[in-house]
Design a protein around this ligand. Structure first.
Ligand code: PEP
Ligand code: MG
Length: 580
């Protein structure tokens, strides 16, 4: 098997090596299960029984359809029955059980998948369409071989796999957090999709936008992920493996060198101190926030509390979760962002209509204002938790003063109710907004007068400014953080905030890139919040430069015409102060 290299979009850094698992949500998940020598015969008998049961079912179905609709409609089942009598299929499965000493369902699943693929690639259209028949039959047989409820269950995934999927929703990625997943690869998706963000949060490498990885990688292939360069190597040669082992040692050694920075303030050579904080998606990841020396949490994405469950989290449950985070980060603070559902994040407990363009639809604060019942529950929980540490809150996707006032009016009601009930909360809690919609940038002065702080959400601000979907790999080359239009948006927000005397932070992925962070430092940003694992690299940049140099570089960069020119210029300048 020769080595194949695929190039995609780097989404989460790191190197991983392991067997692949092709996750097709439309299909079943059949975990690999080894069997002992003595179990082989009973496993083959189980397989034969499953085939017989499936045949019986199809005969019954055929009779019923013939009665109800006529023979012509029932003829499709003859084709299904033929597949179940196919001796090539049956022999391959029985031989596979013997040779691989694997469970009947796993071997059957592997063999039938190849049949489906073979049909799907046939030149004749009629035969191509038979792929779905074979796929139907496989489901029918599998239901007799394993617990049906487990067939779509991501929890039944084994550990130490590299997950390969056409698409992976943020909630799918979250549901794997307690598995030792080694990395994620997807056909579609962009660098700042929430799946990529979750991969970072879990500390595993990810490459997205690989276009056809699910077709080019087979189950159980050996795969290397190079999350820094966005490469995937299928069946790597011994030399390639060796090369990557060395690369991994190099990365570990250079990260160890950064360890000394943990307890130092993020202060430039000429004395400008900035705050470097962590983003938090899963409260279970709180320990990594401390591990990398974050000065608190600049963005707590609370929507992940609402995912992978059939009910909404109660006020009590949210109160517990927020209080736990507030206590864990003390003496530092946490900025809790109110629910940001929609876009690429959905939950099962509330039906949000799927908009034609979800990122422009009923998302984030828009959803909360439509569902004040859900919003109020969260606000109560946040306010109650505010007595357990230094808690502030912010609203996502604010697009103007009207929305901010509506949200604040609800907050005022919730505070009044708590006072009536004699439930304590921090009366001076700071309430900020995310600046991630161009309309908010254009009205930033007015917004700044009615809020305590800004946090720039560049992941969205870039997509809305440049009209480039953040999760679409086809336009990923146009998703440019250093585009002059984006830089002007950021500069305007910082200046508006400072003119009105409020603090301006940034919590999009842009903050975690040392080159762009150098530029942002020069533009006057007060606070950088990012995935915890990037903190020390950015701090290394801050302590290696002077604010006045960063300011000069930012000024000159703002005169340039394209994002590429900006990146090249800033990169060449930064290299002077930070050669490594
Ligand atoms: C952003 O948009 O930059 C941001 C931090 O929010 P999210 O990525 O959760 O949309
Ligand atoms: Mg956002």
């Amino acid at each position: 098997m020769s080595e194949i290299v695929l190039k995609g979009i780097p989404a989460a850094p790191g190197i991983a090596y392991g067997p692949s698992f092709i996750l097709d949500k439309g299909e079943f998940i059949v975990p690999k299960r080894s069997i002992s020598l003595s179990e082989i015969d009973s496993e083959i008998a189980r397989f034969e029984e499953a085939i017989n049961n499936a045949r019986r079912e199809i005969h019954l179905l055929k009779d019923k359809i013939t009665q109800d609709m006529g023979l012509a409609h029932a003829q499709i089942f003859d084709a299904h029955l033929l597949v179940l009598q196919d001796m090539t299929l049956i022999n391959q499965v029985t031989a596979g059980i013997r040779e691989a000493k694997s469970s009947a369902e796993y071997v059957f699943f592997t063999v039938i998948k190849k049949f489906v693929e073979a049909f799907a690639q046939m030149p004749d259209e009629y035969l191509r369409e038979r792929a779905s028949d074979v796929s139907d039959i496989s489901k029918r047989v599998l239901k007799h071989l394993m617990d049906e409820s487990k067939l779509h269950d991501l929890d039944s995934l084994q550990d130490d796999l590299i997950i390969v999927a056409h698409d992976l929703s943020p909630s799918d990625a979250v549901s794997m957090y307690n598995k030792k997943i080694k990395g994620f690869l997807t056909d579609i998706g962009g660098r700042t999709s929430h799946t990529a963000i979750i991969a970072k949060s879990l500390g595993v490498p990810a490459v997205v936008g690989l276009k056809d990885a699910t077709l080019r990688i087979n189950n159980q292939d050996s795969v290397i992920i190079d999350g820094q360069k966005g490469l995937v190597i299928i069946n790597p040669s011994a030399e390639t493996k060796e090369l990557y082992i060395k690369e991994q040692h190099k990365i570990t050694a250079s990260l160890e060198k950064l360890d000394d920075l943990k307890s130092l303030p993020a202060q430039t050579i000429d004395g400008k101190k900035v705050a470097i904080l962590a983003n938090l998606e899963l409260s279970s990841e709180i320990s990594s926030v401390r591990k990398y020396g974050a000065e608190g949490i600049g963005l707590y994405r609370t929507e992940f509390l609402y995912m992978n469950r059939l009910d909404l989290p109660s006020e009590e449950e949210q109160y517990e979760a927020y209080s736990q985070v507030a206590r864990a980060v003390a003496p530092f603070g946490v900025t809790i962002r109110t629910l940001d559902l929609g876009g690429d994040k959905f939950i099962s407990s509330v039906q949000i209509p799927r908009d034609m363009t979800p990122f422009l639809g009923c998302r984030a604060i828009r959803f909360c204002l439509e569902r004040p019942d859900i919003f109020k529950t969260q606000l109560r929980a946040i306010l109650r938790a505010s007595v357990h540490g230094c808690v502030q809150m912010m609203y996502p996707m604010i697009s103007g003063l009207g929305e901010l006032r509506q949200a604040n009016a609800i907050l005022t009601q919730v505070k009044a109710a708590l006072r009536d009930e004699k439930i304590p909360f921090d009366e001076n809690i700071k309430v900020g907004i995310m600046i991630e919609v161009p309309a908010a940038v254009m009205t930033a002065e007015a917004l700044a007068r009615e809020t305590h702080f800004f946090s720039i959400g560049t992941n969205d601000l870039i997509q809305y400014t440049l009209a480039v979907d953040r999760v679409n790999e086809k336009t990923a080359h146009l998703y440019e953080p250093a585009h002059p239009a984006v830089l002007k948006m950021i500069q305007k927000t910082i200046d508006a905030g400072h003119n009105e005397g409020i603090h301006v932070g940034l919590c999009g992925e842009m903050a975690s890139d040392p080159l762009l962070a150098f530029l942002l430092l020069g533009m006057g940003l007060d606070e950088f919040s990012m995935s915890a694992a990037s903190i020390l690299m950015v701090k290394r940049m801050v302590v290696s430069v002077k604010l006045q140099d960063a300011q000069r570089v930012a000024y000159e960069a703002m005169q340039l015409a394209t994002g590429q020119e900006v990146e090249e210029f800033v990169g060449s300048q930064l290299q002077k102060y930070l050669p490594s």
